[in-house]
Ligand binder design. Structure first.
Ligand SMILES: *Cc1c(COP(=O)(O)O)cnc(C)c1O
Length: 376
């Protein structure tokens, strides 16, 4: 049996007829840019998320960049980000001549340690970018509270958590990416709502901010050839929107399939000593973009190699925290500055996780993990 981290082909086959028809329609109309499917998908996703505006763009990294470009920031303004995340978050900050200010993460939740945020705020701090890592929301209620008190904008990186729900203490429930000023997401093929190429979107509640983000993504123009602000060119193409509009109908089913697979992993791995299975936060659902173990005591890489020998892929998201990356290294923040993130980068191991994962495959994976700890 061939095991893969994701099974996009199996997922496609289940909805092949619908997808092929949607793609065929775009081909016949040949409205490849800004066809009606783009607007339709944006409206359907806005309704799904319970947010006023979905502004589509070329990919998730662009979504983060356009969000920051829309907030009226000045060079040198500081943006608070977690160190245990994908590079895109820090990259766009640096590209815009803003200053990334790093914060460590929570050991169990893997997301930004909100209790350490306030100490990082200076007169130049303008934005905080929580990342809803692996499919679970960062602890947004206390973070939004800090942002409000200090007049900061909040840009959520929801690339891994579309559909996740966060519950506030008064019972209010909001979707990932729909709690701050802008939520950025990615439709990269392997994301929970993935297209067949690149795609991204922003979730925005405020009308004026949505209008600004639309302008930025479209060369800074509201009226064609009249450029009021410096923008960029970032579009979700019609073919991708057509694919996404079909797949959005299945997103809840996909999420449930991932959650069921996670519960099976939990059960199969419960008695394995030597690993820590992913914790669930009390105030967020988990949509399991990744099922990420912690493997302490320096045994992670040996386990990964053992699994690979048995044809089981696994991935390390992410092996080097941002403050130790050459491009973002800062002499004041060397090794030891963010102990939790540094420890996690040596312990995390993500197992195969996708909508088509079956019990037999998971049993084989779990048995192999158990076998490793028997032999080692
Ligand atoms: C995938 C991802 C992005 C970037 O999305 P792209 O569409 O690949 O540009 C940003 N942040 C996180 C946390 C991601 O997982």
């Amino acid at each position: 049996m061939k095991i893969s981290m994701v099974d996009l082909c199996g997922q496609y086959r289940r909805i092949k007829e619908e997808i092929d028809e949607a793609i065929g329609k775009v081909m016949e109309s040949s409205a490849f840019i800004n066809g009606p499917q783009v607007k339709a998908f944006a409206e359907h996703l806005a309704a799904y998320n319970g947010v006023r505006h979905v502004v589509t763009c070329g990919n998730g990294t662009d979504a983060l960049q356009i969000a920051l470009m829309s907030l009226g920031l000045k060079a040198g303004d500081e943006v608070i980000v977690p160190v245990h995340t994908y590079v895109a978050t820090a990259e766009v900050i640096a590209l815009l001549n803003l200053v990334p200010v790093f914060v460590d993460c929570e050991e169990e939740r893997f997301t930004i340690d909100v209790s350490q945020v306030e100490a990082k705020i200076t007169p130049r701090t303008r934005v905080v970018v929580p990342v809803h890592l692996y499919g679970q929301c960062a602890d947004m209620e206390p973070l939004l509270d800090i942002a409000r008190r200090h007049g900061l904008c909040v840009v959520e990186d929801a690339a891994q958590a579309i559909g996740a729900c966060y519950t506030f203490h008064d019972g209010t429930v909001r979707r990932a990416g729909c709690m701050g000023d802008v939520g950025a997401t990615s439709f990269f093929p392997s994301k929970n709502l993935g297209c067949y190429g690149d795609g991204g979107a922003m979730f925005i509640q405020d009308d004026a901010l949505a209008e600004k983000a639309r302008m930025v993504a479209n060369h800074g123009q509201r009226v064609k050839y009249h450029h009021d602000i410096v923008g960029c060119n970032s579009r979700l193409d019609t073919l991708q929107a057509a694919v996404l509009d079909v797949k959005l109908k299945y997103l809840d089913q996909y999420t449930e399939a991932r959650q069921a697979a996670a519960v099976r992993y939990d059960r199969l791995l419960a008695d394995v000593e030597g690993i820590v299975i992913p914790a669930r936060a009390a105030n967020s659902t988990h949509v399991f973009h990744q099922y990420t173990l912690r493997v302490p005591h320096g045994r992670r890489d040996a386990l990964k190699a053992f699994l690979a020998e048995r044809g089981i892929p696994s991935m390390i998201y992410y092996p080097v925290p941002l403050h130790l990356q050459k491009a973002y290294a800062n002499e004041c923040q060397g090794k030891g500055s963010f102990p939790v993130a540094e420890r996690l980068s040596g312990e995390v191991l993500s197992l195969p996780m996708h909508t088509e994962l079956d019990l037999a495959t998971q049993e084989f994976i779990a048995d192999s993990i158990r076998q490793f700890f028997v032999e080692n």
